[in-house]
Design a protein around this ligand. Structure first.
Ligand SMILES: [Zn+2]
Length: 257
């Protein structure tokens, strides 16, 4: 098992620009995965060693924030390609429309002046349908606050509380977590572990390491087909690709707001 397994992560796909990935680009990612004979597994599969033993390379796709366009645009394409993925959802966004300011690309959870592009969130029945088709629903906290700024008495609500809420509605185990804004330290990792999750994702770039810390999984934010190919081929940290991955890491810090 010498393949460098990447976890790619996305937010909006096929929504209104600028804070979205064009559907044509996303389709090219899927076509590339298929052309290279990849098997798509979930984050839970990856960390628990459930990988195919047929010698095919593996990759993971994760979608943060539970946006409705993930259900409307991504889900049908995944079915078309026969791929699975992990969706990190936020129960506190049920019924919430989120807004983007097109001038600076920032997100707001409430309507504000200059925030003119709306994004609806997935609902319970849509999350259930994803699970029924073999997708993983993971937890992205209850309210999408930076956990490093959450008082210790509220950490259990954001971790264990969100897991129990989602498991009740889905009738399925919710096994992995994703830190909002990629913000975590020792305290947040301990809270996630004691809440019953087997792993958690951040936003630092890097391939999966089987002997690494499962509560600090690295991922690649990919919005460029050239970079996607570099990561897929295990060359994300080749000197020629470094400027690209640095830019993508910087972008990750603003994309998840
Ligand atoms: Zn997020």
């Amino acid at each position: 098992m010498s393949q460098a397994i990447p976890i790619f992560y996305y937010h909006s796909v096929g929504g209104a620009p600028p804070q979205t990935l064009a559907l044509t680009v996303f389709r090219r990612h899927l076509e590339s995965l298929r052309a290279h004979n990849f098997t798509l597994i979930t984050v839970a599969d990856l960390v628990q060693g459930r990988r195919p033993h047929d010698g095919r390379p593996c990759a993971v796709l994760a979608f943060d924030d539970g946006l409705l366009d993930n259900y409307e645009n991504v889900f049908p394409l995944l079915l078309e390609f026969g791929f699975r993925a992990t969706f990190y959802v936020v129960p506190g966004y049920d019924g919430v429309t989120r807004w983007v300011n097109p001038r600076n690309g920032r997100w707001s959870d409430v309507a504000r002046q200059s925030y003119t592009i709306s994004f609806a969130s997935m609902q319970k029945n849509q999350r259930r349908e994803l699970v029924a088709h073999g997708m993983e629903i993971g937890c992205h906290s209850f309210t999408h606050r930076r956990l490093t700024r959450v008082p210790v008495r509220e950490l259990a609500h954001e971790t264990r509380g969100a897991r129990v809420f989602l498991e009740d509605e889905l009738g399925a185990a919710v096994q992995t977590f994703c830190y909002p804004n990629g913000a975590f330290g020792r305290r947040e990792m301990d809270a996630v572990r004691s809440a019953g999750f087997v792993a958690a994702c951040g936003t630092m770039p890097g391939y999966y390491r089987a002997h690494g810390n499962p509560y600090a999984l690295r991922r690649f934010l990919v919005e460029n087909p050239l970079f996607f190919e570099e990561v897929l081929g295990g060359r994300a940290f080749h000197p020629a690709a470094w400027p690209l991955s640095w830019v993508r890491w910087r972008n990750a810090q603003v994309a998840c707001r």
